[in-house]
Design a protein around this ligand. Structure first.
Ligand SMILES: Cc1cc2nc3c(=O)[nH]c(=O)nc-3n(C[C@H](O)[C@H](O)[C@H](O)COP(=O)(O)OP(=O)(O)OC[C@H]3O[C@@H](n4cnc5c(N)ncnc54)[C@H](O)[C@@H]3O)c2cc1C
Length: 431
């Protein structure tokens, strides 16, 4: 056990088996917990939510295509069959590496023998004026539900007072030409042009504008030129207006001002533009890498802290093959979390650690129904329905259980065939 130094380990103090504390129940944290199922350790998984969020489909919740429960899975349910694991739902407030202790809101601190940091990332507004107050980020399940409710509320308001349409009540500006921005803009446009246009027949069709703003010269900068031009065409076909080479500088509840001075009338601004490592990292007293991520070694542990692992979006993991820092993706999070779990299990069983090797499944993103792009490691590309199927296959593997996979196949096939957005209702708990 790597618990040397002055601080006695939990196991040495209590005479029990080693305690592994996992912070965060995302792809990384759940992956680590599941790989420890057969290890001779006690696993404590902690998250401020009692559910695991499948972020890749948040845009479908925001556009009413699927229900929130389709992307949120009970964390307790995930460890039901794992008798060495428990879950606590509480915000984590501090980590003391020297005392090997984690502190929480409303719960006694916990000491650990091994710590897995899987707290993910947070939205980065880059200091944009008005963003904290008025932008709708797309990072959590609550964000997706909030955006859906807000959009539906604006349509209801315009239905009662059509003059609001001229003030931009139905217009949406989406910030960011990466996967989050593109797939959200595409899905919103499909929702607008199909269901909402039919739901509100008295409102002038086509008057609602969806504008995607990207500061760089093109959307999907990470993809090859043929996939970038396919994406632009697919967005335009869905009536998304593209503004590139300009950035959002001021956001108010009804107006968006760009750096160029252009003012867009829009009552909704969706932020899909940037990420920053979880804010807890600022208090750890360690040197951080670009995007506030924690730099880790080949075994995914912190320098000088062999008992502390950082995995998923919170970590800057250098790919052993390409020597590049791996992107913040579900498959990186799941594989790195699993590797941390496996390494701890190996260590407890007296076996040597192995370096992390990322298995690249390709870079991919969806744009809308039947439209997606895939770029494989060797440079091969795919687009359209074929790419959407490949996206589905890779993302099924990210789901935490076989039951989830079976359900997702039914849900996704149903949505693709019928394209019914049963989720476009607003339910208020205050009534
Ligand atoms: C809209 C969107 C679409 C995406 N689409 C794709 C895609 O198509 N394909 C793909 O591969 N990747 C996609 N990604 C990226 C992918 O979802 C992330 O890389 C992945 O979720 C990271 O996993 P993680 O476990 O590191 O962090 P997260 O999944 O963010 O999990 C972190 C967990 O920590 C918890 N937490 C954070 N702070 C605290 C605290 N202080 N106290 C307690 N708990 C805390 C959170 O509640 C959360 O459950 C997308 C991301 C977004 C936002």
């Amino acid at each position: 056990m790597p618990c040397g130094g002055d601080v006695p380990s939990v196991a040495r103090v209590t005479g029990t088996r080693p305690r592994v504390v996992i912070l965060g129940g995302g792809f990384a944290g759940v992956g680590a917990a599941q790989k420890l199922a057969k290890a001779d350790v006690d696993v404590v998984l902690i998250d401020k939510h009692d559910y695991h969020t499948f972020q890749p489909l948040l845009y479908q919740v925001a556009t009413g295509l699927i229900e929130p429960v389709a992307v949120g899975h009970s964390l307790r349910d995930l460890v039901h069959r794992q008798d060495n694991a428990v879950v606590h739902k509480t915000p984590i407030t501090a980590v003391d590496f020297d005392a090997r202790e984690v502190r929480f809101e409303g719960m006694e601190p916990l000491t650990y023998d091994y710590l897995v940091l899987g707290l993910g990332a947070e939205v980065n507004f880059f200091g944009t004026e008005g963003a904290e107050e008025h932008a709708f980020p797309m990072y959590t399940l609550a964000d997706a539900v909030r955006l859906k409710d807000h959009v539906l509320e604006r349509w209801e308001a315009a239905d009662k007072d059509p003059a609001l349409v001229d003030d931009g009540a139905l217009n949406i500006v989406v910030v960011g030409g990466g996967p989050t921005g593109v797939e959200t803009a595409g899905a919103l446009a499909e929702l607008y042009r199909a269901e909402l246009a039919r739901d509100y027949p008295d409102l002038p069709k086509g008057s609602a504008r969806i504008t995607l703003v990207e500061a760089g010269p093109e959307v999907f900068a990470m993809f090859k030129p043929n996939l970038r031009s396919y994406t632009e065409d697919a967005l335009r076909k869905r009536t998304v207006e593209l503004v590139t080479g300009d950035a959002v500088s001021v956001i108010t509840p009804t107006r968006v001002t760009l750096k160029s001075g252009t003012e867009l009338e829009a009552h909704t601004l969706v932020w899909g533009a940037g990420l920053l490592g979880n804010r807890l990292v600022d208090s750890l007293g360690i040197e951080l890498q670009r995007g506030n991520r924690i730099g880790v070694g080949p075994e995914l542990t912190l320098p000088e802290r062999p008992e502390v692992y950082a995995v998923g979006d919170i970590a800057a993991i250098t790919d052993a093959k390409t020597k590049q820092v791996l992107p913040q993706l579900g498959s990186v999070a799941l594989q790195s979390g699993e590797h941390a779990g496996e390494t701890i299990a190996r260590g407890v069983a007296g076996n040597k650690a192995k370096p992390f090797e990322y298995k690249d499944k390709g870079t991919m993103a969806t744009i809308g129904r039947g439209a997606a792009v895939v770029q494989m490691l060797g440079g091969r590309t795919m687009k359209g329905r074929k790419a959407q199927l490949a996206w589905g296959a890779v993302h099924l593997a990210l789901l935490p259980t076989n039951e989830d996979r079976a359900k997702a196949v039914v849900d996704w096939s149903g949505a693709a065939l019928t394209h019914q957005r049963a989720g476009r209702i607003t339910v208020s708990a205050d009534e």
